[in-house]
Design a protein around this ligand. Structure first.
Ligand SMILES: NC(=O)c1ccc[n+]([C@@H]2O[C@H](COP(=O)([O-])OP(=O)(O)OC[C@H]3O[C@@H](n4cnc5c(N)ncnc54)[C@H](O)[C@@H]3O)[C@@H](O)[C@H]2O)c1
Length: 359
């Protein structure tokens, strides 16, 4: 059976989705929609799609689809997702799941009510090294996991396209943009523990300065109202803890770095998803008096977006379980909300107290 896809939002990530869908047999992208009809049309022309819409609601009503990719800015993830699920289609929405936990909970409730699948575009989980590490942890090679450290850092990297720098459109800065990727990854690797308390601080030191130079394109400095650096400390219900950092701009010793460190009582691991120097994955352990470091010397080279879409299509066909579960993304969205809240209030946030209506 051919799986028919519609795409909402025809920007940078939509181009990656379509390329990945096209690499899979039995998948057809049949329509796209964008609030800019011009953008929808030029996307449809470029990728030879039969139809382009200005209004995604019209696309959902007119097209016989199996699933929808929601590739809009963060402020427009919730509504199109809810409407697509209600129209009877499965949804892959881009990260972050939503602007905040309230929206994420609404999306999850709709998926449950309609019995449709909902997943979130966390492609980092599809890296062969991440999946290998996940299997090692599941097999008990690291023992009991008690600590994680996660960072997503850019020295000068405020996105210069879209509206990532405007809080009402994005929900926040690097924490919700790139921090969410590494948070998703590390919390998944740690076994999806539930956060209980969160302490965080966010800072805006560069992004709104007229003299600030960013390497990632240009944007209006006077519109910038999100953080450019975030850090946090999280305690989980299973007793484990996590330290995290995310940055678009800071005086760092690196231009760009993503890293996850996990400590267990039998072994530790460091995973650096995009590193070009040294080993991206190291397993650190001990045998008797000897310290033993394991560095996988070869893992399959794949296109992670293709892997993500292959798994998504297999889930739609009922041949696999969705890997990024919306419950996990809601959990992470709560954690992100709690970091912003903690920073605002200047004190620790108790997660269960803040999200009482959706425990
Ligand atoms: N997984 C990844 O690696 C990855 C990478 C980049 C972006 N993203 C995510 O993808 C999303 C889009 O980012 P992008 O870089 O493609 O942005 P973009 O600005 O390039 O594209 C967004 C498109 O959505 C359209 N749009 C805006 N509001 C809309 C609405 N209400 N209905 C229909 N169309 C609408 C815009 O006109 C634009 O064409 C963001 O949430 C971002 O966080 C994920």
């Amino acid at each position: 059976m051919t799986i028919r896809i519609g795409i909402i939002g025809c920007g940078a990530i939509a181009a990656i989705h379509i390329k990945a869908y096209r690499a899979i047999k039995g998948v057809e992208v049949v329509a796209c929609a964008d609030i800019s009809l011009e953008r929808a049309r030029s996307f449809a022309t470029k990728y030879e799609l039969p139809r382009a819409y200005e209004d995604y609601v019209q696309m959902l009503a007119s097209e016989k689809l199996d699933a929808v990719s929601v590739c809009t800015p963060n402020y427009a993830h919730c509504e199109p997702t809810v409407k697509a699920l209600e129209a009877g289609f499965h949804v892959l929405t881009e990260k972050p799941i939503a602007m905040n936990a309230r929206e994420a909970a609404r999306m999850l409730d709709t998926a449950r009510r309609t019995g449709r699948l909902l997943t979130v575009g966390h492609h980092m989980r599809f890296q062969p090294a991440a999946r290998f590490l996940k299997r090692l942890i599941a097999a008990g090679d690291l023992g009991q996991i008690y600590f994680g450290r996660s960072h997503a850092l850019r020295r000068r990297g405020v996105p210069g396209w879209g509206e990532f720098h405007i809080k009402s459109k994005s929900g926040g800065g690097p924490l919700i943009d790139i921090g969410v990727h590494t948070l998703d990854l590390i919390i998944w690797l740690m076994g999806s523990p539930v956060p209980t308390t969160v302490t965080g601080s966010v800072f805006t030191k560069f992004g709104n300065r007229p003299d600030f130079y960013s390497n990632w394109g240009d944007y209006k400095r006077e519109e910038y109202d999100v953080e450019d650096f975030a850090c946090g400390f999280v305690k989980f219900a299973d007793g484990s803890a996590l330290l995290l950092e995310a940055s678009w701009a800071a005086h760092l010793p690196v231009h760009e770095s993503y890293a996850q460190v996990i400590l267990g009582d039998r072994g530790g691991a460091q995973f650096r998803p995009f590193c070009n120097e040294g080993a991206p994955l190291e397993i650190l352990t001990a045998r008797d008096e000897a310290l033993v470091d394991i560095r996988p010397s070869a893992l399959p080279e794949v296109d992670v977006y293709e892997e993500e879409m292959k798994h998504w299509i297999a889930s739609i066909r009922g041949e696999a379980e969705v890997l990024v579960k919306p419950e996990e993304s809601l959990n992470i969205q709560r954690l992100i909300d709690a970091i912003y809240l903690s920073s605002e209030r200047g004190r620790e946030v108790v997660v269960a107290e803040e999200f009482k209506e959706n425990p």
